[in-house]
Ligand binder design. Structure first.
Ligand SMILES: Cc1ncc(COP(=O)(O)O)c(C=O)c1O
Length: 615
């Protein structure tokens, strides 16, 4: 059958078209004739249109063109971004360089004169007349089942299938994307890129799976943002929140008052956490949990007559959130440089990530070097000026960096020797991700403070928590009035979500399941990628993992593609799973309810995506 179409689509909708066919060098290949037919009666060459496309054009148009490029109404509404379409004979295929100036035959009719967007040109040639005849010998529009049965298997089956896209695409997506473009400022987003490609819409979730705007079912390999531990659609949480909302949606915990759910959550946390940590102050996010920790630390030293002890240590490649202070601790330049941070008094020491800095040392030796550097920094700054160090037991958003053997214990000892408080930022690592309630239990960290968020409610409602040692809470008590807290600290509905979530994790035995079954299986499957030619390092623990990816040209080629991980994650998403692309790596942290079969599915998507990375 050959290649039925060449298409050049330098318009905002290129991504939509790309999803329907394989794009190479701006040309859309291997596309079934169904998709790119002409707009009804708006073909440059009407005879050509009727001869080649015949009846399916109408059928397909109503299915394909509306959702893909905006229905008639959508065209009008979105004329500044939709572009146009041109269908022509082979001899008339325009040179790509001429595309932006092509005037579509439909343009005058559908597009206001002020439209300046480039026009998409789609040139049909080599149309498969056999297929057309077969589909509609009587020029009667075929049924969806007939059409589907004639498609090549690549397009017929599964979430990527054209038919799936055509039949399920919701036209309101175009409208929402347009509203999103006009009114929504997104976190952690390159807005102009997103506006070009179209905002991704997630419509619903169930278990480990999400449904997107095209009704594609995607396995969520990142559990939202490393947080949906019990998966989507956990009835126990939904019902608990519903009950709480009906009974008492909100009341503050200021001024000698409390409500039941946060007390129960605080008790639950105290039972599961290391022995010295018994009291919790609540907030709304991981960033706020760290902010609370920072203020508690300052108050603690102040009360003990050491007000000058207020510098904070953290590590390169760490992530602690986005408030001014949390960004100052975060060891990722992209998070602090554009904001003229870090604030004075926030000091970064090297994090144990030899791969990223191309160190010749193995992780253990590099970890020792990091400790030596940390000790030198403490000496240089003066231990009596340093209040605390914040440490993620596994650095997550910085690239999934597990601690080298012995590193965390030595770091803790170094800090203790210098009277510097040790804060374990367990926003990602707590609540079962590593097969333990807390990484602090797993690695016997004995921190002075633990900060929490994410998996505490599985993301169902916002909640942050800061757990402090008895020594710290008693010092705070001794200081009198504690003027810190948020309006929504200990929000009863969020706490109800947390309690139901924690009880669900416990009753399903998810922590043990990750420890004994799915965690080791996930790591086994992850580490099999060490043999994949596009993978140059594998890291992980429990249900968190990362693959460092490289282009065909090897690690040296990363200089010209420093965000290859983001490209890889895009390909893997096309294959049916969401993973996170970070610089040169992909990161995964699926819901804790994931089964072995779903882990297989996740990694089969990863494999197909990585195979295509080198195509
Ligand atoms: C370790 C860690 N700390 C803090 C935060 C910040 O949490 P939030 O985004 O809820 O403010 C995150 C978020 O990813 C995190 O991974």
């Amino acid at each position: 059958m050959g290649i039925p179409f060449a298409a050049v689509t330098p318009c905002a909708k290129q991504k939509t078209l790309a999803r329907l066919g394989e794009v190479r060098d701006g040309f859309l290949l291997d596309l079934v004739p169904l998709v790119l037919t002409s707009p009804i009666n708006h073909c440059a060459d009407r005879d050509f249109h009727d001869r080649v496309f015949g009846a399916p054009a109408e059928f397909i148009l109503s299915l394909a063109m509306g959702p893909a490029l905006g229905a008639d109404q959508g065209f009008k509404k979105q004329s500044d971004q939709a572009g146009g379409i041109m269908i022509c004979n082979e001899k008339d295929i325009p040179a790509p360089s001429a595309i932006p100036t092509i005037r579509s035959p439909m343009r005058d009719e559908f597009f206001p004169a002020k439209t300046t967007a480039p026009v998409a040109a789609i040139a049909g040639f080599g149309m498969n007349a056999d297929l057309v005849d077969k589909l509609h010998p009587k020029k009667v529009p075929p049924t969806p089942a007939q059409v589907e049965s004639e498609l090549s298997p690549r397009w017929r089956n599964g979430p990527n299938s054209v038919i799936n896209f055509l039949m399920n695409h919701d036209p309101s997506t175009s409208e929402l994307r347009e509203l999103d473009r006009q009114f929504h400022l997104h976190p952690f987003t390159h807005h102009s890129d997103m506006h070009k490609s179209g905002t991704q819409l997630i419509k619903s979730g169930d278990g480990c799976f999400l449904i997107d705007q095209d009704d594609r079912r995607l396995l969520d390999g990142l559990a939202g943002l490393w947080c949906v531990n019990v998966g989507y659609n956990c009835a126990a949480i939904v019902e608990a929140v519903h009950r709480q909302m009906r009974q008492l949606p909100y009341y503050p915990s200021f001024f000698n008052t409390t409500t039941e759910p946060p007390v129960r959550v605080a008790e639950f946390l105290a039972k599961k956490s290391p022995a010295r940590l018994n009291r919790t102050i609540f907030s709304n996010s991981g960033s706020e949990a760290n902010e609370s920790a920072l203020k508690i630390i300052r108050s603690y030293h102040h009360t003990r007559g050491q007000s000058g002890k207020c510098k904070i240590l953290s590590r390169s490649f760490s992530y602690h959130g986005v408030t001014l202070a949390a960004s100052s601790m975060t060891g990722l330049p992209i998070c602090y440089e554009p904001f003229d941070l870090p604030l004075p008094g926030f000091i970064h020491v090297p994090g144990p990530h030899p791969y990223a800095v191309q160190s010749p040392l193995d992780p253990e030796a590099y970890g020792k070097w990091c400790l030596e550097e940390t000790a030198k920094t403490i000496q240089r700054e003066g231990a009596n000026t340093i209040a605390a160090m914040f440490v993620e037991p596994i650095q997550g958003a910085g690239g999934v960096i597990p601690p080298p053997p012995g590193y965390l214990a030595e770091l803790r000892d170094l800090l203790r020797k210098n009277n510097i408080l040790f804060v374990a930022d367990e926003v990602i690592t707590a609540f079962g991700r590593l097969g333990h309630w807390f990484a602090s239990n797993l690695w016997n960290l004995d921190p002075d403070i633990i900060t929490l968020a994410k998996g505490i409610t599985s993301g169902y409602l916002p909640l942050g928590a800061t757990m402090v040692s008895d020594e710290i809470s008693e010092t705070i008590f001794s200081a009198g009035y504690f003027a810190h807290g948020y309006t929504y600290s200990a929000h009863p509905s969020s706490a109800a979500a947390a309690l139901a979530n924690l009880e669900t994790i416990e009753s399903l035995g998810l922590v043990e399941r990750v420890r004994d079954d799915t965690g080791p299986y996930f790591q086994q499957k992850l580490h099999e990628f060490a043999a994949h030619p596009a993978v140059s390092e594998v890291r992980g623990y429990g249900l968190i993992g990362a693959l460092e990816v490289i282009p065909r040209s090897g690690r040296a080629g990363l200089a010209s593609e420093p965000t290859i991980g983001v490209r890889a994650s895009g390909l893997i998403r096309e294959e049916g799973s969401i993973v996170r692309g970070i610089r040169t790596l992909i990161a995964m942290a699926p819901p804790l309810i994931i089964t072995r079969e779903e882990i297989d599915h996740l990694f089969s998507c990863v494999k197909r995506g990585l195979d295509r990375l080198w195509d």
